[in-house]
Design a protein around this ligand. Sequence first.
Ligand SMILES: [Zn+2]
Length: 276
Amino acid sequence: MIYFFSFIIFILGLSIGSFLNVVIDRLIKNQSLLGRSRCDYCRKKIVWHDLIPVLSFFLLKGKSRCCHKKINWQYPIVELLTGISFFLIFNFQFSIFNEFLIYQFLKLFFLLGIMSSLIVIFFSDAKYHLVSDYVLWSFFGFSFFYKMIFIISTKIGISLDILKQIQNDVFFSFLSGLIVCLPIFLIYYLSKERAMGLGDVYMTFIIGFFLDWKAGFLALYIAVLLGGLTGLILIIFKKSKLKSKIAFGPFLVIGTLIMFFWGDKIINFIKKIYGF
Ligand SMILES: [Zn+2]
């Protein structure tokens, strides 16, 4: 049964991924998300049977039917990534929690929303060096509701004063967000927007809110490390000059995902090494 649902979730991920491609490219240009996809080159409407995620790309051998130009690799990659990550989240969600089905489904739903937002942030920042406010809001919204369900499902029954608990936990989450985004805000402010954008400040706030301050800082640390390494590699291979900007968003996304999936293990490992 679990295999059957895993498969359904994977297929759902592929189709959501197809929609995310539309979001990545249209939101930045302020275009409507509705309306049939058009060819990137000749603007002809694409027929429905050429819009099947991943499969169409390979059936068409990577070339558009209308004008035989190369289809952007972004499309199948985003679709596959979304499918695989949905599959992983589904299996993760249903293996570690043992609770009411309704909580599991709500958590799964919000986690898939968070994942979708992160994929859009990753690709639009990498491609356009811009992240739409709508996507940041959706990342925040899904995180907020995920947190809510998490608090309600773990605290209910333990304390009668559930409202007080929710209040405290939400306050702690906001505080975590502020703490984690503070260094990025300072860099943004002191470099006069040259080193970091306002989008990076918002992004780190939401990461702190979603993960809490400890895991948030580690996500930030991983992002800085990966960003620095990538910059170094690009300079060594002379792909980029020191001045050319590398978007920070994609690294933040990777850091967040690593901390979300393996955060507890990483924090325990660090505690063991430093002995506290
Ligand atoms: Zn065309």
